[in-house]
Write a new protein. Structure first.
Lengths: 338, 392
C-alpha cells in the first residue's frame, strides 16, 4: 500500500509542483550545476554503481556525456536508480532531466506518455535464455513452456504476441524485480527466462553456473533503446539527441579520447566542424563551441563507450552487430554536424 | 434601577463565544481543505493536459494482450481487455484474503490458547513462535517461504506422482479436474445457493428454532445434495481431465501455484502470530473467578474454555482481530514480490506500465482496497454487535 501511495504522490502531487521547473531544462541544469539522470541501477553494462558507488554503463555514459558537454565535467551528474515501473513518472514529474534506463522507443511512449525519445543508443531485441540440458535450439520449440518475466516492460506483451502468432501455449510467471525473476528461473520454476538480449547476457553472468544456460538465437521484438526527455522543451531534446550523434560522428571520424587534442589541429572540414574549430554549431545548441571535444575528452566516442561497457572490453562481450556504424554494416548513423 | 430576571446564560461577546468560534474555525478549515484539493486536482489536470499525457478511463476496454498465470474467470491474452485483467487481479486478491483470514484465525487461536497452556513445552513453543514470527519483516518471510517452496519441491521432471493421478513439483500441485461440460454453470449456481442457505441457517441458529444437530445435517445436505441434484437433473455426463506431463511441464488438470502457497503460508504464519497475542489478551481479560466458578460447577477444562472463557474473551478479541484481517488483506499486495498475480501485480504493475495512466489506475486500486477493508470491517462490526453482552 505504501508503494501505491508513493506512486500516486509522485504522479499527481509532484506533477503539480513541477510547473515552475519546466521552463527551460538546460537553464535549470546549468543553474543547478548538476544533471539529474534516471538510470537502471541493477543492469551491468548499462547502468549500475560499482562497489565504490561509481556509476558505469552505456546509459550512464550518455548522461556523463551530456554533463561533459554542459559543464566540461562528467562527474556533475546525480544518478537516480529507477525501476521499470516508476521511471516515466519520475521523468514526467521533473525529478530527472534525462531518462537513460534501457528504455524502448515506442509510439505510445512518444505520444501518450508525453515524452520524446532522443536517439537510439542501442539496438536491442527480446530473446530467451534456457538451460542447456533442455536441449532446445529454437524459441519455436517452447510450446507449453513456463516462462519467467520481469514486469513493467513491453516484455510481457511481446512474449504473449510471439506465442500467439506461432500458435504455441504459454505459461508466464511475472515478477516485479529482476533478481526475483532470475532466481525463480534458476531454481527451476520456469523453463526459460525472457528479456532484452542485452540484459540476458548480463543476467547469465550473474547465475551460479553461466555455462549451463544458453541464449536462443531468436529475437522476437524490435527494442531500440533510447534516452527520453519530456515533451515541450525542444532545446533540451536537441541537446540530448545531439550529444549522442556527436559521439557517433566522432567514432566515424576517428576522433578518440586519446587523439582528440591532436585532431583539434586537423584540416578535415568535417572534423573542424565537429570539434568547433570552424563554425559555432555548439553555441546554436545552447552549449559551447568545444562541446564535442569536451564529450570525447571526458567520456569517449560511441565505439569506445560501447567497448568499455558492453563490448569486448567488458565482461559481457556483446558483439557490435546492429550497433556497428552504418559504414560497417550496422544501424548507427548520425546526421552531420553542419 | 432594578435588575431584571436573568434568563438564560450570561451574554458573552460574539468574539469570545466558544461555540461560535469553534464553528467558524471548522468552517474555515473545511473551506481551506476543499480549496487545496480543488487546486491540486485542477493543477494535476492542467499539467497532464500540457504534457500531452492521456487521461481518463478509455483504456478499460482496450485489449490487454499479456498473459496471467492464474485466473478464476475466463481470461485470454488475445481477447480480454484491461478491465477483465482488473477483475482477474481483484478475484486473485480476494482468494488470498479469504483463505488467509480463515487459516490465520485457526492458527492464531491455537497458538494463543497454546501460550496459556499449563503444558510447559506447548507454552514455550507457542511463545517462541510468536516472538520469532512477529519480529521479522513480512517481506523477508515471504521471500523465505517462496524459496523454500521452490527448493524443497522437486524439479518438474522428477515430479512426485500422487495417488489418483496428481503431480507435485516446484511448478505447483496438479490434480485431476472434473469436467462437467454443459452442466457446470448449473451445478455452480446450486452450490452457491447451498452456501447461502448454510449462512442463513448459521445466522438464525441463535433463535434456536432448530436443534443444533438437525441444523448441521441440513447444512451438509444443502452443500452436497443440492449441487448433486442439479447435476443429475441437468442430465450431465462428466469426465476427468488428468494432468499430463509434457516436455516442459504439465498440461491440463487443476493447478495450485507455488506462488499462492508461499503467499498464503507467509500471510497466515505472520498474521497468526498477531492474532495469537490478541487471543491471549482476550482470554486473560476474563476474570479468574469465571473459570474457577465453572470448574467448581464440575465443568471439564475443555468445556470451560469452550463455553465460558472463549465467549467472554471474544468481546475483547473481535475489535483487534478486525484490524488483523484488514492487515492481512492489505499485506497480500506484497504478492508482487514473488510473482503471484494479485490486483497490485496485474493492475498497478502491468496495466499501469502498458497504459502509463498512473493517476487513474492507482486511484482505482486504492479505492478497491478501501472498499474491501470497509466491507470486512462492516462484517466484523455486525459480528461484534451480535457477540456483545446482552443486558436482560
Amino acid at each position: 500500500m505504501k508503494r501505491l501511495i508513493t506512486i500516486l504522490a509522485c504522479a499527481s502531487l509532484a506533477m503539480t509542483l513541477a510547473t515552475a521547473a519546466s521552463a527551460s531544462t538546460l537553464d535549470d541544469v546549468k543553474k543547478r550545476g548538476m544533471l539529474n539522470c534516471g538510470a537502471n541501477g541493477q543492469l551491468p553494462g548499462f547502468g549500475m554503481p560499482d562497489s565504490q558507488g561509481n556509476w558505469t554503463g552505456l546509459d550512464v555514459d550518455l548522461c556523463r556525456a551530456v554533463a561533459a558537454a554542459v559543464f566540461n565535467d562528467p562527474t556533475k551528474v546525480k544518478f537516480v536508480a529507477l525501476t521499470a515501473k516508476d521511471r516515466f513518472t519520475t521523468l514526467q514529474s521533473g525529478d530527472v532531466d534525462v531518462l537513460a534506463r534501457n528504455t524502448t522507443w515506442t509510439s505510445s511512449r512518444d505520444s501518450q506518455l508525453g515524452l520524446n525519445a532522443t536517439a537510439v543508443t542501442y539496438y536491442d531485441g527480446q530473446g530467451f535464455m534456457v538451460r542447456k540440458d533442455l536441449k532446445v535450439n529454437s524459441a519455436l520449440e517452447l510450446n507449453d513452456a513456463t516462462i519467467c518475466v520481469q514486469q513493467g516492460t513491453t516484455t510481457e506483451l511481446n512474449l504473449a504476441d510471439y506465442f500467439r502468432a506461432n500458435k504455441m501455449r504459454l505459461k508466464t510467471v511475472t515478477f516485479l524485480q529482476l533478481e526475483e525473476a532470475t532466481s525463480a528461473y534458476e531454481s527451476g520454476r520456469c523453463n526459460a527466462f525472457t528479456t532484452d538480449a542485452s540484459q540476458l547476457y548480463s543476467v547469465r553472468l550473474k547465475l551460479a553456473k553461466p555455462d549451463d544456460h544458453v541464449v536462443l538465437p531468436e529475437i522476437i521484438s524490435k527494442e531500440p533503446l533510447a534516452p527520453f526527455v519530456r515533451h515541450g522543451d525542444d532545446q533540451w531534446f536537441d541537446v540530448v539527441k545531439w550529444v549522442h550523434f556527436a559521439m557517433v560522428n566522432a567514432e566515424e571520424l576517428n576522433v578518440t579520447k586519446a587523439n582528440v587534442d591532436d585532431q583539434m589541429k586537423s584540416d578535415n572540414p568535417e572534423i573542424k566542424r565537429l570539434l568547433g574549430t570552424e563554425g559555432n554549431y555548439g553555441e546554436q545548441l545552447g552549449l559551447t563551441k568545444d562541446w564535442v571535444r569536451r564529450i570525447v575528452k571526458n567520456v569517449g566516442n560511441y565505439g569506445e563507450v560501447f567497448d568499455r561497457n558492453v563490448g569486448q572490453g567488458s565482461p559481457l562481450k556483446i558483439t557490435r552487430g546492429l550497433n556497428s556504424l552504418w559504414t560497417k554494416g550496422g544501424l548507427q548513423y548520425a546526421p552531420p554536424i553542419r | 434601577m432594578t435588575i431584571g430576571v436573568e434568563s438564560g446564560p450570561p451574554k458573552v461577546p460574539l468574539l469570545r463565544d466558544p461555540k461560535l468560534r469553534g464553528l467558524v474555525i471548522q468552517i474555515l478549515l473545511c473551506v481551506a481543505l476543499a480549496g487545496l484539493v480543488y487546486y491540486l486536482v485542477r493543477a494535476a489536470a492542467a499539467n497532464l493536459e500540457r504534457s500531452h499525457m492521456a487521461s481518463g478511463f478509455g483504456f478499460w476496454n482496450q485489449p490487454a494482450g499479456f498473459d496471467i498465470s492464474q485466473s478464476l474467470i475466463d481470461y485470454s491474452s488475445s481477447t480480454s481487455t484491461y478491465g477483465r485483467a482488473f477483475w482477474v487481479g481483484l478475484l486473485n486478491t480476494l482468494l488470498v484474503a479469504c483463505i488467509g483470514i480463515v487459516l490465520a484465525t485457526i492458527v492464531g487461536f491455537l497458538i494463543g490458547i497454546g501460550r496459556l497452556s499449563s503444558n510447559w513445552l506447548v507454552a514455550r513453543l507457542a511463545t517462541g513462535y510468536v516472538h520469532l514470527v512477529r519480529n521479522v519483516p513480512l517481506l523477508l518471510q515471504l521471500l523465505f517461504w517462496y524459496s523454500m517452496v521452490l527448493t524443497a519441491l522437486p524439479d518438474f521432471r522428477d515430479s512426485v506422482h500422487l495417488p489418483g493421478g496428481g503431480f507435485l513439483s516446484n511448478r505447483g500441485l496438479f490434480l485431476p479436474a472434473p469436467e462437467l461440460g454443459g452442466a457446470g454453470p448449473v451445478v455452480m449456481a446450486a452450490l452457491l445457493i447451498g452456501i447461502a442457505g448454510v449462512i442463513a441457517l448459521a445466522l438464525t441458529a441463535r433463535r434456536k428454532w432448530l436443534d443444533g444437530r438437525v441444523a448441521a445435517g441440513l447444512g451438509v445436505l444443502l452443500v452436497l445434495a443440492l449441487p448433486l441434484a442439479a447435476f443429475v437433473a441437468s442430465g450431465g455426463t462428466w469426465t476427468i481431465d488428468y494432468p499430463q506431463m509434457s516436455r516442459f511441464g504439465m498440461r491440463g488438470g487443476m493447478e495450485l501455484l507455488p506462488e499462492l502457497v508461499a503467499l498464503v503460508a507467509a500471510l497466515v504464519i505472520y498474521t497468526g502470530a498477531f492474532i495469537a497475542e490478541t487471543v491471549r489478551a482476550g482470554i486473560m481479560a476474563v476474570p479468574r473467578g469465571q473459570s474457577e466458578a465453572a470448574l467448581a460447577l464440575g465443568l471439564s477444562r475443555p468445556l470451560t474454555l469452550r463455553r465460558v472463557i472463549i465467549p467472554q474473551a471474544m468481546r475483547v478479541i473481535i475489535p483487534p482481530l478486525t484490524s488483523q484481517y484488514l492487515n492481512l488483506t492489505k499485506n497480500s499486495s506484497l504478492a508482487v514480490a514473488i510473482g503471484y498475480p494479485d490486483l497490485v501485480q496485474i493492475f498497478t504493475g502491468t496495466v499501469l506500465n502498458q497504459t502509463g495512466q498512473a493517476v487513474e489506475i492507482v486511484a482505482i486500486t486504492m479505492a478497491v482496497y478501501l472498499a474491501i477493508s470497509l466491507f470486512t470491517a462492516l462484517l466484523m462490526n455486525i459480528y461484534n454487535a451480535r457477540m456483545a453482552v446482552r443486558e436482560r
